[in-house]
Design a protein around this ligand. Structure first.
Ligand SMILES: Cc1cc2nc3c(=O)[nH]c(=O)nc-3n(C[C@H](O)[C@H](O)[C@H](O)COP(=O)(O)OP(=O)(O)OC[C@H]3O[C@@H](n4cnc5c(N)ncnc54)[C@H](O)[C@@H]3O)c2cc1C
Length: 446
């Protein structure tokens, strides 16, 4: 129930950070409105985590549903907030929200600015991940992976995308292009086990021999890297295709080349490792060569949406360097460096605070911490009567349907029954039109 000293708070984004942040604020008796760009809640827990992790995804959906059951939380899906969104931050202030928690994830694309990045066949990881997880409109876009794909990066997202290319697309070859050495790869063996059966072990050993002199130059051998990859062999998933998976270590992309707008090859440069500020960094040797590939996918992390309406620096929303309400020593407060002043009513959490940082558990903790900072801010404000009717009426004026909790439940029930009918572990509609039709908010989709 809303407490007499309650406040009125907007949370933007219903991924793990926003949902757990909203729960914390609602449990304190505040009236919380959760605005979400996607129809369904969950963010990357729904549309990022690999589709076949059914049990994990189901468990998270249950927790998210419980949160939405909280009577102090109002959910509005299919509503984008921001400068180019359905409502701006100022619109929210105008509706009486006393604080705004931004947990919109990291929706921008980190570009290296290389020639050829706009060719067809060159993609950024999030787009591909959203595509195979059926998030509209990405689910409706055409992707052309060809027969040979390079993935730039060496983390768990690289492994997820390789898994999709190996199992679903069944390309001939997937090459993981790794800027640093085999000792610096960042994936876990729990993820690598899903693709290691497709590793060309001879090519892997040859690659370790090729880069050995560069590793020895920084007093490394190849054993750590060999272990990081081959440790997963004992638990390897069965082979799903004949795709050859291999690594190119100490290699950076230089440019993508194409014909008639389509990628045909990628120029790369060999690197060595150098110790700088106590960390091993890659440095180009000037030796360049070509990789014949039909698609390149950059899995190098994301950045926040620079057009959202908050100041951005170095891929992230700028945080107040001297926070009024630090939590665990961190700043959750928005800041405008142009005027050297804080934006008092705006806070951020999860991947909106630190882009591409960690797993769901961390996003949950960060969203909760962010809401603790919001609570401390609210303590200094008078209680306010939430005008939920004004918010509902404003949203009703939008030229598209806005999705409520009840409609989310309806959609979920239709998808569960559809999965049962088709004998599938899970079923998801791949377009907004189909989802809206399933909950009776749109005409039948032809
Ligand atoms: C490919 C991939 C695989 C992963 N696999 C795993 C895994 O196996 N296990 C694990 O624990 N973690 C995994 N993660 C990490 C996990 O998904 C993230 O840690 C977590 O989802 C981040 O939560 P968040 O709430 O900060 O952001 P997000 O999950 O990105 O949620 C952001 C939400 O904000 C909404 N939004 C965006 N912009 C706006 C706007 N302008 N207005 C309104 N709403 C907006 C979106 O619709 C979305 O619902 C994976 C991540 C990726 C990318």
């Amino acid at each position: 129930m809303t407490e007499p000293n309650a406040h009125f708070v907007a949370v933007i984004g219903a991924g793990p950070a926003g949902l757990f942040g909203a729960r914390e604020l609602a449990n304190q008796g505040n009236q919380v409105v959760l605005f979400n760009r996607d129809i369904k809640p969950g963010g990357l827990a729904e549309y990022g985590i690999y589709p076949e992790k059914y049990t994990m995804k189901e468990g998270l959906r249950k927790q998210f549903n419980q949160i939405l059951d909280n009577p102090n939380i109002t959910y509005y899906g299919n509503v984008e907030i921001g400068t180019h969104g359905d409502l701006s931050l100022d619109d929210l202030r105008g509706l009486g929200f006393q604080a705004i928690l931004v947990t919109a994830g990291a929706q921008g694309t980190k570009r290296l600015g290389l020639p050829g990045e706009d060719l067809s066949g060159v993609y950024h990881a999030k787009d591909v991940v959203y595509f195979y997880n059926k998030l509209p409109p990405f689910s409706q876009r055409k992707f052309s992976f060809g027969r040979r794909s390079a993935i730039i990066g060496a983390g768990n997202v690289m492994v997820d995308i390789a898994r999709f290319l190996i199992r679903d697309i069944k390309v001939d070859e997937v090459i993981s292009v790794v800027r640093r050495g085999p000792g610096e790869v960042n994936f876990t063996k729990e993820e690598m086990k899903h693709i290691v059966a497709n590793l060309d072990v001879n090519a892997f050993e040859a690659e370790l021999r090729r880069v050995l002199p560069a590793l020895q130059a920084v007093s490394q051998g190849s054993d750590i890297g060999r272990q990081k990859v081959l440790d997963s062999l004992s638990k390897a998933d069965p082979k799903f295709s004949d795709t050859r998976f291999r690594f190119e270590f100490l290699t950076s992309p230089i440019q993508m080349l194409g014909e008639k707008g389509m990628l045909t090859q990628m120029e790369v440069e060999d690197n060595v490792l150098v110790l700088k500020d106590g960390a091993l960094k890659a440095r180009g040797t000037g030796n360049k060569r070509m990789l014949q590939v039909d698609s390149v996918i950059f899995a190098i992390g994301d950045q926040v949406d620079a057009s959202f309406g908050l100041p951005v620096e170095a891929n992230e929303f700028v945080k107040n360097p001297a926070p009024r309400f630090p939590v665990d020593g961190r700043s959750y407060e928005a800041y405008d460096p142009a005027s050297s002043s804080l934006i008092p009513d705006i806070f951020m959490g999860g991947w909106s605070r630190q882009a591409s940082d960690g797993l769901v558990g961390l996003a949950r903790k960060d969203g909760t911490n962010a809401s603790k900072a919001v609570s401390q801010f609210l303590q200094g404000l008078p209680a306010a009567q939430a005008d939920l009717a004004a918010v509902a009426s404003r949203l009703k004026g939008l030229p598209k349907p806005v999705i409520t909790k009840d409609e989310i439940r309806k959609l979920e029930a239709v998808e569960i029954s559809e999965a049962e009918k088709r004998g599938l572990p899970e079923f998801k509609f791949g377009s907004n039109e189909e989802m809206l039709q399933a909950i009776g908010l749109a005409a039948a989709v032809s």
